[in-house]
Design a protein around this ligand. Structure first.
Ligand SMILES: Cc1cc2nc3c(=O)[nH]c(=O)nc-3n(C[C@H](O)[C@H](O)[C@H](O)COP(=O)(O)O)c2cc1C
Ligand code: SF4
Ligand code: SF4
Length: 375
């Protein structure tokens, strides 16, 4: 089934399929074999929990497929042009999906190669219904349009439970409080050597791990370095790169931009601060069998995660220095990171030194970095 050329449903229209291909599209869910009712007022279609008398409840297959239309007046005799009949089919049904240019769901037997995958995925009626031959009444089991919303999706969903709406005034107050808090964040370059409990760093990292990411691939890795020996190695390598930068590589323009910050090649904080968090972005993931899985927007995603980390550490009462010794390849070597990752930045974390000072610089006002389009 992995053979691309065999994936006829991706290249042929319903009209172009031969009988064998047409029949193979049926996943065997038997949803269309349920007795159905239509709400006359709304036109909504419901499947009941009662199955057609000819349905074998174990196999979910018709017991007399060849004669089905003659024996059961309501049996849907599908044909490619009869798109009205497709409205009676669940959103998972291959006929309905292909007619709307939607892909087959992941669990479809044509994709898995396993006829039972429709049952294993919980899509079929197996174990959920009774036969018309034995039923004493019926109840509504599914609303076809609602099935489209959740049950029949080929990806699971859960209710949005953690969202909380606030009255507008409360919203305003919370936005202001957060702004005031983050506006107190400063990049600090003079650190105390006081210890910080590791669990606080871990909690801030958990917050970073909630960042949105391209296709939810979470393309980041954080290495928390507290050992003196490794910090020393990192300092030596960073200072060597920075020396090169300040003496040779930096353009006049770049040095001029850095002048108000008073930074230079000396990086004692790399040994003073209790933690260095080396942040790596993963260009791709490598599975155990060596297969590479491409990551989408790793730079943007890792940048957002880093922003959340910096903010979380600030909220916890710590200070950080966003450090980017350039180039940072030495971090991959010292920390033994795989080729699929590239160093993103080095975050220095701890308490500020008692007499820490920061550059006297301004932040742009809102109107200088925002525009509003309201028409
Ligand atoms: C991507 C990035 C790289 C940075 N690299 C360095 C660096 O290598 N060394 C340094 O001292 N500061 C570095 N900074 C810190 C900036 O200089 C600092 O954020 C900026 O001057 C604003 O100051 P504030 O963070 O106190 O608001 C970096 C910041 C960012 C976002
Ligand atoms: S709903 Fe579609 S896929 Fe399921 S049994 Fe009927 S025709 Fe086959
Ligand atoms: S006759 Fe067969 S195919 Fe038609 S609804 Fe009944 S069980 Fe399904």
């Amino acid at each position: 089934m992995g053979d691309k050329s065999a994936r006829f449903w991706e290249t042929l229209t319903l009209d172009e399929m031969n009988e064998e291909q047409w029949e193979a599209l049926c996943d065997g869910c038997a949803l269309c074999c349920m007795l159905k009712v239509e709400d006359e007022d709304t036109g909504e279609i419901f499947y009941t929990d009662v199955a057609c008398k000819l349905l074998d409840l174990d196999t979910c297959r018709c017991m007399d497929y060849a004669n089905r239309v003659r024996r059961v007046a309501d049996c849907l005799d599908l044909s490619s042009g009869d798109t009205d009949a497709f409205e009676w089919l669940p959103a998972s049904c291959a006929y309905r999906r292909l007619a709307k240019d939607e892909p087959l769901p992941e669990w479809h037997p044509l994709i898995t190669g396993d006829p039972d995958s429709v049952h294993d995925a919980g899509i079929s009626v197996r174990g959920k219904v009774v036969s018309e031959r034995e039923a004493t009444g019926w109840s509504i089991l599914w609303n076809v349009s609602e099935m489209h919303e959740d049950q029949m999706n080929d990806y699971p969903t859960i209710p949005l439970v953690n969202y909380e709406e606030y009255p507008v005034e409360e919203m305003r107050r919370r936005a202001q409080t957060f702004y005031e808090s983050v506006s107190g964040r400063r990049t600090v370059r003079e650190f105390s050597d006081r210890e910080v409990p590791l669990d606080i760093i871990e909690t801030a990292l958990k917050a970073a791990g909630t960042a949105p990411s391209g296709a939810n691939l979470q393309p980041w890795h954080f290495v928390v370095v507290s050992g003196a020996e490794t910090r020393k190695k990192i300092r030596e390598a960073a200072e060597a790169e920075e020396r090169e930068f300040y003496e040779h590589r930096a353009s006049e323009e770049w040095l001029a931009a850095l002048a108000p910050l008073g930074t230079d090649e000396s990086k004692p904080f790399l040994e003073t601060a209790p933690y260095l968090i080396a942040i790596f972005l993963q260009k791709y993931a490598e599975l155990e069998d060596g297969t590479k899985v491409k990551h989408y927007y790793p730079v943007e995603s890792t940048g957002i995660a880093t922003g959340i980390l910096i903010t979380a550490l600030h909220e916890a009462g710590l200070v950080t220095l966003t450090h980017t010794p350039s180039p940072m390849r030495f971090l991959s070597e010292i920390l033994d990171r795989p080729k699929s990752e590239r160093p993103f930045l080095l975050l220095v974390v701890g308490y500020p030194a008692d007499d820490a000072r920061v550059p006297d610089i301004d932040r742009k006002p809102l109107e200088a970095f925002t525009s509003f389009v309201d028409e």
